[in-house]
Design a protein around this ligand. Structure first.
Ligand SMILES: Cc1ncc(COP(=O)(O)O)c(C=O)c1O
Length: 370
């Protein structure tokens, strides 16, 4: 009765209790997608978010995911809660994928793996752990990085600073700057994610690794990933895992099951695993073709003699164009190309057919806007 009375009183006052809550700025990446949706121009292109699209610029559900979901439906699996640490078969497959199934650290029980909410949620959990157990620690973040990395550590109250990574002069890697900023920390390989992680582990370095199946398996909205902590002794791994569970429980209680089952089916089955690798190669191949075509279009159309080969020297889903904020604004305002203001474009959202158009937009922005 008393509580009810209080609710009525709250409704009766004409000034909102939330009056002092300011409007938050739109997210720099997801805000780009919202602006893209609101644009009615047929030429529009969304190169902001890192989500894979087909050559027809449509979202793509991997065949191997559809196959796993069909199997799951046939088995008639239930929707009971998972334990805090997630699906055991998922955690096993995920740690093995990251470190290699025969890695001694797995056999020796040195790895604490907890299913969590894609890369973001897994990293947020690691940040909460760092804040609690390493209050003196400072996190190093590459410059530039995905903007949310800073939010994650800010919200967890973990201090961070940046290390040099990108050189705007060459639109490439600032190798000397990077080594100078992270000296004593880097082990050398920049090539493959798993290779560098395994090298750290092989050298006996204790690591946190946040894993995500958003991009490689196209499971963006399933929010599926994991945090792995490789420790120096099995008892330590047990204690670390117990504390990660303790942190996860009040945050979100336990993780969702659907994506975990898909991953466990695909990664845990040799045939499906092979099919997945093939589909990943196809996706990566399409992105590589688009990268090459964008370079060809830029070189063919731009008669200023500018060297665009930095596009080919970069790797992965994204590319830095070297465009500044004003030039990136021109890309959006004049050409309907939606991208982040640091000049980054997602090649995964580009098709071969749109490369010429994008090259025109980049050349115009580069030469005609300061
Ligand atoms: C560059 C980059 N890193 C990380 C993420 C995190 O993705 P997730 O939390 O889905 O693993 C994203 C998502 O858009 C991204 O664009």
């Amino acid at each position: 009765m008393q509580n009810f009375g209080r609710v009525m009183m709250a409704l009766a006052v004409d000034v909102s209790r939330f009056e002092g809550v300011p409007m938050a700025p739109p997210d720099p990446i997801l805000g780009v997608s919202e602006a893209f949706k609101a644009d009615n121009n047929d030429l529009k292109l969304n190169l902001g978010v890192g989500a894979y699209r087909t050559e027809e610029l449509q979202p793509y559900v991997l065949n191997v995911v559809k196959k796993a979901e069909k199997l799951m439906l046939e088995k008639g699996e239930n929707k009971e809660y998972l334990p805090i640490e997630g699906l055991a078969a998922f955690n096993k497959a995920t740690a093995e994928l990251l470190l290699g199934a025969d890695n001694p650290v797995i056999k020796q029980g040195l790895v604490a793996t907890l299913q969590s909410l894609s890369g973001t949620g897994s990293l947020r959990l690691a940040a909460a752990f760092i804040q609690r157990y390493f209050p003196e620690a400072k996190v190093l973040i590459s410059s530039p990085t995905w903007g949310n990395h800073k939010n994650i550590f800010n919200d967890a109250r973990v201090p961070w600073s940046e290390y040099r990574y990108y050189d705007p002069k060459t639109v490439g890697l600032d190798f000397e700057g990077m080594i100078a900023d992270i000296e004593g920390f880097a082990s050398g390989s920049l090539d493959e994610d798993a290779f560098s992680v395994r090298l750290f582990v092989k050298r006996g370095i204790e690591v946190f690794v946040a894993q995500s199946y958003s991009k490689n398996l196209g499971l963006y909205s399933e929010r599926i990933g994991a945090i792995n902590v490789v420790c120096s002794a099995p008892e330590v791994a047990d204690r670390v895992k117990s504390q990660l569970k303790r942190l996860a429980r009040p945050m979100y209680s336990n993780p969702p099951i659907h994506g975990a089952r898909i991953v466990a089916n695909v990664v845990g089955d040799p045939t499906m695993f092979g099919e997945w690798k093939q589909e990943m190669e196809e996706m990566a191949g399409r992105i590589k073709n688009v990268r090459q075509k964008l370079y060809d279009s830029l070189s063919a159309k731009d008669d200023s003699g500018k060297d665009w080969s930095f596009i080919l020297r970069q790797i992965g889903m994204f590319s830095y164009t070297g465009l500044n904020k004003a030039q990136s604004d021109n890309m959006t305002d004049k050409w309907h190309v939606y991208m982040t203001k640091d000049g980054r474009i997602s090649l995964a959202g580009l098709s071969l057919a749109k490369c010429d158009y994008l090259a025109d937009a980049i050349i115009d922005s580069f030469h005609n806007v300061n």
